[in-house]
Write a new protein. Sequence first.
Length: 215
Amino acid sequence: MTSKQVRSGRQADEPREQLSKERIVAAALEIVDDEGLEALTMRALGQRLHVEAMALYHYFPSKAALLEAVGQIGREVEAVFGGFFNEMASANVPPGERVVQLGLRYIEFAQTHPAQFTLLFNTLPIEQATWEELMDAPTTFLIPQTAVQTGIDMGAFHPRPGYGRDEMAYHLWALVHGLAVLRQTRLRHLEADYDRLHRALLEALVDTFKGGQTS
């Protein structure tokens, strides 16, 4: 439907009747995913939904209100992600095995909840502006940070200059995120014993955390 049709007669009402907050937020997330957060404007959103931008203000009185709704979706997905790891919290396993299980669980989340994984880790922007802010913020990054810190506190992992808790946690995140994305994309139709492969890579990472020591 063209913008001219949207503005004309009875047809102008049809898209407006089909609009909903959920549909608008979904379209907003598509724009963020395709073009970045800076491209999200009410005008661009109206074009994507084939309606006049003013029609959106019936649902969201301002762009700030729309961004809050988008952020709320992100918080809900973060809660689902955090809950996915809750059953590991009381697991009585050594720190190295805890890291391995955490990594495998991350990949499993990507396979079990692909849309939520993509939204949380590929679409929604990070709110923090610097590395230091991200390291100190209460985000999902706390999950690998806590696992690594536990290993350090128990004497199993050995930080060294330039490779401390945060670098170790980031190394873990980078590894499992790359594996998860590969499984979703390039390797999605390739048959392999991924559980064995992923465990082997994670155990090698744990050896790196140990610094070659056997404790």
